[in-house]
Design a protein around this ligand. Sequence first.
Ligand SMILES: Nc1nc2c(ncn2[C@@H]2O[C@H](COP(=O)(O)OP(=O)(O)OP(=O)(O)O)[C@@H](O)[C@H]2O)c(=O)[nH]1
Ligand SMILES: [Mg+2]
Ligand SMILES: [Zn+2]
Length: 393
Amino acid sequence: MDKRQRRRLRDLLAGLDDGERTRLTKRAAKLHKAELRTMTGDARRPELKDFLLRLLDEQEEAAAGFAAAPDGATDTAPGLDGSRRGTVIAVSAGACVVQAAADVLDAVLPADLTRRQQSGLAVGDEVLIERLGETHRVTAVLPRRSLLTRADPHDARRSRAIAANVDVVVVVVAAKAPPLHPRLIDRYLVAVARSGARAALVVNKFDLLDDDERRDVGASLQPYRELGLPVLACSAVAGAGIEELREVLAGATCVFVGQSGVGKSSLLNALHVTAAAKTGAVRAGDGRGRHTTSASSLYELPGGIRVIDTPGIRRFSVDDADAATLADGFSEFMAYAARCRYRDCTHAHEPGCAVKAAVDAGAITRDRYTSYRKLLGGDGDRPRQGDGAEITA
Ligand SMILES: Nc1nc2c(ncn2[C@@H]2O[C@H](COP(=O)(O)OP(=O)(O)OP(=O)(O)O)[C@@H](O)[C@H]2O)c(=O)[nH]1
Ligand SMILES: [Mg+2]
Ligand SMILES: [Zn+2]
């Protein structure tokens, strides 16, 4: 960051009230962390300040009524240098499909992006492309407002990008077949908390439950309602809860995530029949999905809704998250954490832990705390172990 940018940052920050400054700093910290996780090699590491300035710039541009379109590129026509801006709607090895205004264009990736494609590009990314003979080439991936990631299953220190620039991450679980695992929901909520997007929880296949089961499932979801996120009981088959889901998603870009067979593609089709995403039956024996959706794609729906449908992930893990990032996924801890004796308390074995006291007093749900401890690792004070192994999609 040069002198001029530093001065600009100071001026913009001075114009904010305390609450707004805290909110923006938190968001910048999340984006910063997410970006650092995607970086490999010795490229210049961005600083928190860079992200803060970027958010402030975006805010100012939004207030002025136009979106950022660097390098002269616009949404509708080639910019002065011939480049166009578009949204990545599908990604394959070394290539992607870009929606630029009304055009759907194939584009190849430059070699350096191909090498780090799993962390460097995702459906939902805004890119600049330029013509290259019969096809196009991606020349830049624009700054993201959010990035949903998970740990690389082969190397937990690295992250893989799942979807970029989404407003809402819809965590889809089935009430039954495949069975409901609250611990998996908790893992997804950790990923959402660090992504910069908000969460919604959809419990699908409610039609498969009898009245007693509905009550039980309803009770097990109560802790999530108390977190303040939308929790919707749906049936993609019977059409229940679909209008409520549409309301939650109105005007938003969202991503559907969850195990294979929970009904992500079916929900998408229920929201919009012409989406016609392929769906597949779960296996009779263990109710597991068959990995019907094989790659993520972005669908435009009426009502300004954009949905990224993703394949069920076999082993969704956040083993790349440190203790503080994990705790961010348990937002009910926050009110108490400030009162822990140690500022860097991991809420495991430390004396004077206000979070543990709140669990004992019944103010924090014990199941959620247990979930946190499992994610933190066997003996708690080790930085990261994770419990990704036992639940597969
Ligand atoms: N009974 C019932 N079955 C459903 C419901 N939603 C989806 N299904 C069925 O569950 C199976 C899996 O649905 P999909 O939509 O393919 O699941 P998915 O989450 O997209 O799975 P992947 O693409 O493999 O990740 C299909 O046979 C659907 O018909 C529902 O609300 N109730
Ligand atoms: Mg699917
Ligand atoms: Zn504590």
